[in-house]
Design a protein around this ligand. Structure first.
Ligand code: SF4
Length: 321
């Protein structure tokens, strides 16, 4: 590890190689904070026919179809249950983020969104919200509501960027292009919430330089935080079929780890890193199997950083290659 120098970001002074989300949450809240995933019964415009019907090729969106939505437990009930489950594993956790996760969590009339978000915020152990959505699903009325929330609590809004390359977005049947992400970011700035970008590495047809260009785009945009996933396949998706037929090859573990380090080197030191890999329940995952062992991946990532004696931001502002 390099010696600690004046002016280093706090995470480097703490001996980290990248600005991990856990580190950020501990600093902000003074202790461990866990996310509780909530299903508020949203669908997605890429499934219900507004944009398309098939959804993204990696998304098992059968349950997002409006005709298949079943009544969910209340938000408060889901929080109580999720907190009970998490506390069995982490007995000392007192604070939680309510995470609106599956489908498109801003895709509803503003008054319905208001009711759901504030119901989550009313829970005594909830200290903030995280909301996952598509960049083409945040009209100004929704952004006004998110600003209002952000004035009262910690809020992270997670936009599915996936990649800056339109040809890859077309491949995944995303139903929007990079310009939609740029528009959402531009309209989200200065509203008091954290702007998070979800990106996927290992998309078919993307070269190493293509992936680094996405990192540089995030740096150019000064995105607050990033979630990095490897492309992985789950059952009942077009991607699962293409992987089975050999049409699509998923990234190997070592290649992925090297690429993540390259990616993080190009992000600014201030960009929070919420995730460094994707995962899915084992009985649901088609591949790659290596992404199931997240602790081992984190250790291997640390080892790759140490082997190269590098860190997040070391190449920020330099060329893509
Ligand atoms: S936008 Fe999200 S929820 Fe909708 S189909 Fe794609 S991955 Fe699934």
């Amino acid at each position: 590890m390099n010696s600690v120098l004046p002016g280093l970001p706090a995470w480097r002074e703490a001996g980290l190689r990248y600005f991990s989300y856990n580190f950020h949450l501990r600093q902000r809240f003074g202790g461990r904070v866990q996310k509780v995933s909530l299903d508020a019964g949203f669908t997605c415009p890429n499934v219900d026919g507004t944009v398309a019907t098939g959804g993204c090729v990696f998304c098992d969106n059968r349950s997002f179809s409006p005709s298949r939505r079943i009544p969910r437990t209340s938000i408060a009930g889901q929080l109580d249950h999720g907190i009970r489950v998490l506390r069995r594993r982490y007995s000392n956790v007192e604070r939680f983020l309510a995470y609106f996760q599956p489908a498109t969590n801003t895709y509803a009339p503003v008054e319905r969104l208001r009711r759901l978000y504030f119901e989550a915020l009313d829970h005594p152990q909830v200290v903030g919200l995280a909301i996952g959505t598509r960049p083409d699903c945040v009209p100004d009325g929704v952004l006004d509501l998110l600003s209002e929330l952000a004035a009262q609590t910690y809020l992270s809004v997670e936009y599915g960027m996936q990649t800056m390359h339109d040809r890859s977005l077309d491949w995944m049947n995303r139903g929007h292009h990079h310009d939609a992400f740029l528009d959402a970011i531009q309209r989200s700035r200065g509203r008091g919430f954290e702007i998070c970008a979800h990106v996927i590495l290992g998309l078919p047809g993307e070269t190493h330089a293509d992936m680094m260009a996405t990192a540089q785009e995030l740096a150019r945009l000064s995105i607050d935080s990033v979630k990095i996933h490897n492309l992985y396949a789950v059952k009942h998706t077009p991607l699962a079929e293409w992987v089975a037929s050999g049409e699509v090859a998923l990234m190997e573990r070592d290649d992925y780890l090297r690429t993540v380090v390259d990616f993080l080197e190009r992000l600014p030191a201030e960009c929070l890193v919420e995730r460094i890999s994707g995962d899915a329940p084992p009985d649901y995952l088609v591949g790659p199997a290596w992404c199931l062992d997240k602790p081992a991946l984190r250790i291997a990532l640390e080892a790759e950083f140490a082997r190269r004696d590098t860190w997040q931001g070391r190449l920020a502002g330099r060329g893509a290659n």
